[in-house]
Design a protein around this ligand. Structure first.
Ligand code: B1M
Length: 212
């Protein structure tokens, strides 16, 4: 669809105003929000990632693309989250220490909220003990960690180890995700689950809590 291609192209150019306007048009034209997200915004960001890796574009371009991504995402958010549904469980969510990438983590949060979970979002660059302390304080049953860098992935293990060391494994389950993370890696570090994207995070967390 041309409109979705336009969203992708303008996101790649970092034009947040155009992305917001086109996302608004797509919503008005009743394009399903998940399609706008996948075929417009995420499609554009995937190209940005490839161009960045190939040194065709540079960090400031990626920052502008991220700003444009949020311009669209903010309009989609209310459509992806159903309001007023009773919470089915509490999830502490964050990007691990050293990691400033938060778009994917925020998307996962939106999907979980849409499925009725209460989200305690700790933001990005979250030290291990903050994850665990927040889960205990908030009486959350799940800690969700996101990492986009191969250099920060190992901080997920620190959180899993801390949950074990503090004897909290019966009360708190851990789930990990993010572009470089795999289910094998999740198994290696002893996390309870891995999810590829927001939708599978919902499924995996429901399974962990015996809700499905
Ligand atoms: Co960065 N960056 N970046 N970056 N950046 C990557 C990750 C990189 C792959 C780009 C590349 O080289 N192709 C590369 C990492 C290489 C590696 O580690 N092997 C990279 C690099 C190198 C860096 C810097 C080091 C660059 C530098 O400074 N020289 C630097 C590091 C900063 C830091 O974190 N300390 C950096 C900085 C940045 C920006 C700040 C400019 C910006 C982030 C802005 C922001 O997030 N607010 C940025 C961006 C935008 C990217 C790319 C282009 C796009 C990431 C994104 O938002 N994707 C990225 C390339 C890429 O991934 N293709 C790249 C869209 C998002 C919807 O997908 O985050 O994968 P994603 O989330 C998905 C799934 O992974 C999953 O669900 C989401 C929805 O489908 N998921 C989970 C995520 N978390 C989950 C948790 C779960 C379950 C599923 O359970 C809890």
């Amino acid at each position: 669809m041309d409109l979705l291609k336009d969203i992708s192209n303008n996101l790649q150019r970092g034009d947040d105003e155009k992305v917001a306007a086109l996302t608004g048009q797509a919503i008005a034209a009743k394009v399903p929000p998940k399609q706008i997200l996948d075929d417009g915004l995420i499609a554009g960001m995937t190209v940005v990632g490839m161009k960045f890796k190939a040194h065709d574009i540079f960090l400031p371009d990626v920052l502008l693309a991220a700003k444009a991504m949020y311009a669209g995402l903010n309009l989609l958010k209310p459509l992806l989250v159903k309001e007023d549904i009773p919470a089915v469980g509490k999830v502490v969510l964050g990007s691990v220490e050293g990691d400033l990438h938060d778009i994917g983590k925020n998307l996962v949060g939106i999907m979980l909220k849409g499925a009725g979970f209460e989200i305690i979002d700790l933001g990005n660059d979250v030290p291990p003990e903050r994850f665990v302390d927040a889960a205990v304080k908030e009486n959350a049953s799940v800690i969700g960690m996101s990492a986009l860098l191969t250099t920060t992935m190992s901080n997920m293990k620190k959180v899993v180890d801390m949950v074990n060391e503090r004897g909290l494994t019966d009360k708190i389950k851990t789930i990990v995700g993010g572009a470089p993370v795999t289910s094998e890696y999740a198994g290696e570090i002893g996390a309870d689950a891995y999810a590829f994207d927001g939708i599978s995070a919902v499924d995996r967390i429901k399974q962990l809590l015996g809700l499905s």
